[in-house]
Design a protein around this ligand. Structure first.
Ligand code: ADP
Length: 636
C-alpha cells in the first residue's frame, strides 16, 4: 500500500483548530453527523441500485453498524452505502464544499468564546469526528469499484491527512474514531444507546450497536452454567428504522421532528416551525416542511442552493429539488415523498412534469399556511421576519396567484410604533385606518432614522394617519410592482399629489385654496429666484414643522434610494423636475420673505437645498451649500 500525505484546505485546518479548542457543550453531536452521513451514503446507493441492481447484489440489506472497542479505544461507524473512491476521499474529506463556508470564516473573530458559539451554528459534518477523536481512520470502497480499489484515509486533525489504496472486500465505509482519553465514555453501551436512539430514531435504515448479550442457559444446563451464563457479542438494532415522515404525525414527538430537521438540513439549531402532511387526493404525497430559525449565510447569493429532498415511494431520489417551491420560499427545508412520479425521474423531467407544478402549488400553500400559523406567535414571528422578511418580499411579485396572502404575511415599521421594530401588518394598518381613509400611505428611505424624521410625514402625523416606513432595499422595487392590497391603493407620501381625498374636509380645502391665493406673491418670488431649478413653487399641505420640501413632477421615476444604487454602478439618470413646496408659516420662510430682492435669492437657494437634502440625504454640490450657509450665518 502506498500512501500520500495531503494538506487540508485552509478552511478545514482552521475548522479543525476551532473544533479542538471549542468547548462543545454537546459533544455527542458527532454521532448525529456520522450516522447522518452513513444514511446519506445508503440513500444514494439505494437510488443507483434501482437502475443497476448488480451494485448491491452481494450485500442487499442496507444497515449502519456501530462498534465500540474498549481494547483499542476506538468507536467504528460502518455503513454499506455508496462508499468513496480515492479521489472522492481526497476531495470530500479534505475540503468543505458547503456553500457559505467562506462567509462563515469571515465571521470568525478570533475570540475563542464567540467563535465556538458560531461553530455551534455551522454544521461541521464529517469533521465533527475530531470533537471526540484525536485520530480518525476511514476505510472505504465505492460500490462501483473493485476490491483492489479500496481506500484508507487517516488524519490526526492537524493540517494533513494520509490516503492510499487498500484492498477491501465489501463496499461501504468504516469511520474509525480513535477516541481521546477524555472521551472514552463513548465506548459505554448505555451512553451509546441513548445517543444513537436520539439521533437515529427517524432514520429509515437499521442502526445496530455491537453489544454483549447474555445467552439464556438451556433447561438442562448445570447449576454452574446457570450461575455464570455465557455471553456473546451481537449487533442489536437500536432504532425502528421507519422513515419519520411515513409515521403518523400524531405519534411523532417534537424532539423527533427537531432531530430529523438537523439530519435533513445540516443546521445545528432547532427549526421555528414545521408542517407534516399526508395527502391522499388527486396526487398522493407526504410533505414535511420546516422553517429554520436563522438565515443561512448564502440566502442572497445568486448560486444559493435550496430546494426540498425528493423521495419517490420512500426512495431517496435527489437533494435540493428546487422545482417544488417558488424562489421566495427558498429558506424552507424539508422533503416531499410522492407516488405520482416515476422512480427514474430526472431534474429535466421534473421541470416539465404536470405533477411537479401541482405539487408546487400545493406545497406553496402549505408553507404560506404554516407562516400564517407562525404569525400567531408574535415573538417567533419577529424572529422569522428578521431573518427572512426580505426574501418574503420577493413573493408578491414572483407569485401573482398568492400575492395577497404573501402581502398579508409581510411586516413593516410604522409611525404607529415608538421605534424601528417591523411588526405592523397590512391588515393591522387597515384595521386602524382613519374614517374616510382609503389608501395605504408609505415612505421609503435608506434607514429608519431618515424615515421617521422625514418632512413628508408631517401633515399625516398631524392628522393622525399612520405611515408605513420602508427601509429595506427590496422595498423600492416591491412598491414599484404592487399597487394595492385588499383594494386599498399604496400611495407614497412623497408623491406630488398626496391624494388625501376625503381625509381633507371642506374647510381644509377652502383654507388650502386661500393659502395658495394669499401667498401668491411669495411663491412667485421663490420661482423667480430659483428659475429653471424648479418647475413650480406652491404652498405645501403636508408640512408642519419644516420650511419646505420637494416633490417630483409627474411622480418619481426613481426614488432617491434607487437613484443611489444606479449611480453607484456609474449610470447617469435623467434629472428630476422638481416642485418646491413651502410652508409660509415657518419662521425661516418668513425671515427669507423679509429680505430685499438682492438677498432673497440666496435664502431661496438655502431653503431649496435643505429640501433636497431632506429628500435624498445628499446634495450634488455640498461645498457650495456649506459656503452659502456660512455666508448667511455671518450676515454676508
Ligand atoms: P456533508 O455531509 O454536509 O456534505 P460532510 O463533511 O459530512 O459534509 O461530508 C463530506 C462528504 O464526504 C459527503 O458529502 C460525502 O460525499 C462524503 N462522505 C462522508 N461520509 C461518508 C460515508 N459514510 N460514505 C460515503 N461518503 C461519505
Amino acid at each position: 500500500m502506498t500512501t500520500q500525505t495531503h494538506g487540508f484546505q485552509t478552511e478545514v485546518t482552521k475548522l479543525l483548530d476551532l473544533l479542538a479548542n471549542s468547548l462543545y457543550s454537546n459533544k455527542e453531536v458527532f454521532l448525529r453527523e456520522l450516522i447522518s452521513n452513513a444514511s446519506d451514503a445508503i440513500d444514494k446507493l439505494h437510488f443507483l441500485s434501482l437502475t443497476d441492481p448488480e451494485l448491491i447484489k452481494d450485500d442487499p440489506v442496507f444497515k449502519i453498524r456501530i462498534r465500540p472497542d474498549k481494547e483499542t479505544q476506538t468507536l467504528t461507524i460502518s455503513d454499506n452505502g455508496l462508499g468513496l473512491t480515492l479521489d472522492e476521499a481526497n476531495t470530500h474529506l479534505g475540503t468543505i464544499a458547503k456553500s457559505g463556508t467562506q462567509e462563515f470564516f469571515k465571521n470568525l473573530s478570533g475570540d475563542a468564546a464567540r467563535d465556538s458559539q458560531l461553530i455551534g451554528q455551522f454544521g461541521v459534518g464529517f469533521y465533527s469526528a475530531f470533537i471526540v477523536a484525536d485520530k480518525v481512520t476511514v476505510i472505504s470502497r465505492s460500490a462501483k469499484a473493485s476490491p483492489e480499489e479500496g481506500v484508507r484515509w487517516s488524519s490526526e486533525g492537524n493540517g494533513t491527512f494520509e490516503s492510499g489504496f487498500m484492498p477491501r472486500n465489501q463496499r461501504g465505509t468504516d469511520v474509525i474514531l480513535h477516541l481521546k482519553d477524555s472521551e472514552t465514555k463513548y465506548l459505554d453501551e448505555w451512553v451509546l444507546r441513548e445517543a444513537i436512539t436520539k439521533y437515529s430514531d427517524h432514520i429509515s435504515v437499521p442502526v445496530e450497536l455491537y453489544v454483549e448479550k447474555t445467552i439464556e442457559p438451556a433447561e438442562d444446563a448445570t447449576d454452574e452454567e446457570k450461575k455464570n451464563p455465557k455471553k456473546e457479542w451481537v449487533f442489536e438494532q437500536i432504532n425502528d428504522a421507519k422513515a419519520l415522515w411515513t409515521r403518523n404525525p400524531k405519534e411523532v414527538t417534537e424532539d423527533e421532528y427537531k432531530e430529523f430537521y438537523k439530519h435533513l438540513s445540516n443546521d445545528y439549531q432547532d427549526p421555528l416551525i414545521w408542517a407534516h402532511n399526508k395527502v391522499e387526493g388527486e396526487i398522493e404525497y407526504t410533505s414535511l416542511l420546516y422553517v429554520p430559525s436563522h438565515a443561512p449565510w448564502d440566502l442572497f447569493a445568486a448560486d444559493n442552493k435550496h430546494g426540498l429532498k425528493l423521495f419517490v415511494q420512500r426512495v431517496f431520489i435527489m437533494d435540493e429539488a428546487e422545482q417544488f417551491l417558488p424562489r421566495y420560499l427558498r429558506f424552507v427545508k424539508g422533503l416531499v415523498d410522492t407516488n405520482a412520479l416515476p422512480l427514474n425521474v430526472s431534474r429535466e423531467l421534473l421541470q416539465e412534469s404536470a405533477v411537479t407544478s401541482k405539487l408546487k402549488k400545493a406545497l406553496t400553500k402549505r408553507v404560506l399556511n404554516m407562516l400564517e400559523k407562525l404569525s400567531a406567535d408574535k415573538d417567533k414571528y419577529q424572529e422569522f421576519i428578521k431573518n427572512f422578511g426580505q426574501v418574503l418580499k420577493e413573493g408578491p411579485v414572483e407569485d401573482y396567484a398568492n400575492r395577497e396572502s404573501v402581502l398579508s404575511l409581510l411586516r413593516f415599521a410604522s409611525t404607529r410604533n415608538q421605534g424601528p421594530e417591523t411588526n405592523v401588518s397590512l391588515d393591522d394598518y387597515i384595521a386602524s385606518m382613519k374614517e374616510k381613509q382609503d389608501k395605504i400611505y408609505y415612505l421609503t428611505a435608506s434607514n429608519y432614522e431618515a424615515a421617521i424624521s422625514s418632512p413628508y410625514l408631517e401633515a399625516l402625523k398631524k392628522k393622525g394617519i399612520e405611515v408605513l416606513l420602508l427601509t429595506e432595499r427590496v422595498d423600492e422595487w416591491l412598491m414599484n410592482q404592487v399597487f394595492e392590497y385588499k383594494e386599498k391603493r399604496f400611495v407614497s407620501v412623497t408623491s406630488p399629489d398626496l391624494e388625501l381625498g376625503d381625509l381633507e374636509d371642506e374647510k381644509e380645502k377652502e383654507a388650502q385654496k386661500e393659502a395658495q391665493e394669499g401667498h401668491k406673491d411669495l411663491t412667485e418670488r421663490f420661482k423667480t429666484a430659483l428659475g429653471s431649478l424648479v418647475k413650480e413653487v406652491r404652498v405645501s399641505t403636508r408640512l408642519v414643522d419644516s420650511p419646505a420640501c420637494v416633490v417630483a413632477d409627474n411622480g418619481r421615476m426613481f426614488t432617491p434610494e434607487l437613484k443611489k444604487i444606479f449611480e453607484a454602478t456609474g449610470q447617469k439618470l435623467p434629472e428630476e423636475t422638481w416642485i418646491l413646496e413651502i410652508n409660509p408659516n415657518h419662521e425661516l420662510v418668513k425671515k427669507a420673505q423679509s429680505f430685499d430682492d438682492a438677498t432673497f435669492p440666496r435664502w431661496a437657494q438655502l431653503i431649496f437645498n435643505q429640501a433636497l437634502l431632506a429628500d435624498a440625504g445628499t446634495l450634488k454640490d455640498p461645498q457650495a451649500y456649506v459656503k452659502l450657509v456660512n455666508d448667511l450665518l455671518l450676515g454676508k
